[in-house]
Design a protein. Structure first.
Length: 206
């Protein structure tokens, strides 16, 4: 694709590095910015720079935050006895948007996938186990996408917590097998959390 300006070409190249953004979409975004006041482009640029420079990970749950501890972990009004285990910040946001969950979170950073070379040691599993034991957590809710890799991850964590009295639960399977939680509508996700099941029940059904 040829461009009338090297600056446009460079901007298109950078935008097209983003996931799901092809050259044509990148060009539309670039031309859109060119038609906006300089202040808007500067605001976008500053937001991206601050995102990379100032964002850090919560020392407790490994969610993204701007301080040592995120606002959820710092909120004493949240249920401290309940930890919801999610794959990434995307699922955390999806669950928070349901307004039906009031406990804490733990972001694993992915799921176990031997095919992709991802084992428990690449995830925040050890940190989860230590946290559950140290805080004497009463329930661990596995809100992980119902895929083969997700089920493997849930099974592995549940085995690691066998000797701990914490109850292991999973979201109700109103979410179809093979689906991704971040794309589930809020009503279905809220219902799945509210009607969560003991993990052993889920094993029997499978």
């Amino acid at each position: 694709m040829d461009f009338p300006s090297k600056l446009i070409g460079d901007a298109v190249t950078e935008f097209s590095r983003l996931p799901g953004i092809g050259k044509k979409t990148a060009l539309r975004l670039v031309l859109h910015l060119l038609n906006k006041p300089v202040e808007e482009a500067q605001s976008l640029g500053n937001a991206v720079v601050r995102l990379r420079e100032d964002v850090q990970y919560c020392i407790d749950c490994f969610s993204i935050c701007e301080a040592e501890r995120c606002s959820i972990c710092s909120n004493v009004g949240r249920n401290q006895d309940l930890i919801c285990v999610v794959e990434s910040i995307r699922e955390l946001i999806a669950i928070e948007n349901t307004k039906q969950y009031h406990g804490l979170y733990h972001v694993l950073g992915g799921v176990i996938s031997p095919v992709d070379g991802i084992g428990p040691e690449q995830l925040k599993v050890d940190e989860l186990i230590e946290r559950v034991k140290a805080k004497e957590v009463k329930e661990v809710l596995m809100a992980i996408s119902p895929t083969m890799e997700g089920d493997t991850t849930i099974f592995y964590i549940s085995k690691r917590l066998e000797s701990h009295p914490a109850k292991i639960t999973t979201i109700a399977r109103g979410v179809s097998f093979g689906g991704e939680l971040e794309y589930v509508d809020e009503m279905t996700l809220a219902r799945s959390i509210a009607t969560r099941l003991p993990y052993e029940n889920y094993l029997v059904k499978r």
